[in-house]
Design a protein around this ligand. Sequence first.
Ligand SMILES: Cc1ncc(COP(=O)(O)O)c(C=O)c1O
Length: 450
Amino acid sequence: MKTIIEPFRVKSVEPFRMTTRKEREAILRAACFNPFLIHGRDVMIDLLTDSGTSAMSSEQWAGVMRGDETYAGSESFYRLRDVLHDLTGFQNILPTHQGRASERILFELVGGAGKIVPNNAHFDTTRANTEHSGAEAVDLAIPEASQPRNRHPFKGNMDVGALEALIRRVGRDRIPVVMMTVTNNTCGGQPVSLENLRAVRKVCDAHRLPLFLDACRFAENAWFIRTRERGQGGRGVREIVREMFDLADGATISAKKDGLVNIGGLLMIREPGLFQRACNLLILTEGYVTYGGLAGRDLEAMAQGFREVVEDDYLGYRVRGVEYLGEKLLASGVQVIEPAGGHAIYIDAAHFAPHIPRDQFPGQALVCGLYRIGGIRSCEIGSVMAGPGRTPAMELVRLAIPRRVYTQSHIDYVAEACGELYAQRDELRGLRIVEGPEVLRHFTAKFAEI
Ligand SMILES: Cc1ncc(COP(=O)(O)O)c(C=O)c1O
């Protein structure tokens, strides 16, 4: 059978309001053509992000009731620690309120002026925390990562030759840590192969450098390894996950992705001295080491989420669901980054609306078009997000798919709306910014149509 059905029954529903095109036109204008300024209640299908937007299972909700709110030594923490130890082999595990809190602690410890941190591609907050410490963040993605139609199966990989060249050029003493982001969000949710992780580990060993994973989407990455990498098809997801973490000296994790929760993060560090210093910093700003800024109920939901995310039925449905949307868009002529990544489909907006010059933000025009036509919220990843004076490699619109939230009919509806908009693409109009900050302007900028 071809249809991959959702491997769950719906037990509780959250109705959304069906808006008309006329209503959406007024809402979009009131929000100055920036969907970040639209209220959630006015969105029908929200594909703004896959972060913190998952639906929790009945077992996770049961965990919420079990949450132990003891300040020190909460049973919920020990349950979470056991689940993660079992999955990753790590002993030293700290909860944090979300991924960027783990990054802030890590880079306060290992960053600093004059330091250089290589990554396959830094996510925004990882880059920001690295730079905030005074260090320089360097992206070393393989060249295929910036070729939208190149169907390389592991476009998230790091360019190992470029890593070696960087170490030779700047010297190992300036590099406190090498990072690998799995999957590689910045390059389209593209996976990293086990072969690449092993090769990076080898380089780190040769130069005695620690390797850390930014492992928000480790389970989706493991699924891609199993289904795309030669020789991995016969292995279980848990076994692959374990090997990924065995190759690392530490990890920062936003549990808002593959933890299947709405809030939470983790910091894992093998080296006892560094771990102890992280504990001290955690207490300073997040909370005691057995809750890290979260409630006991959040820790329970995380523990159960990390159990569920590595199940074959879930991962098969998850990855296929995203790929299905990509296939439908390609079939209607809409160019997307190929192959599909793990958590989102990225539309090539420059191809979609070639009549809109880059300085009139084709991605933002497409985002507005999708809201108008179908009440669908998406996110521009192009010249608006890059900020003034920077020209990004591509003008993209990201359709991020929340986990276990939308059914196949919702996804069919999204594909239809994209197809219809593509048929009327000549009517899309460029935009200009009428008000906006210099930094992170995509969140608050106000636009007018040209
Ligand atoms: C690859 C990656 N790293 C780090 C983060 C930061 O996590 P958080 O939003 O939980 O702070 C994100 C969030 O989207 C991410 O995608």
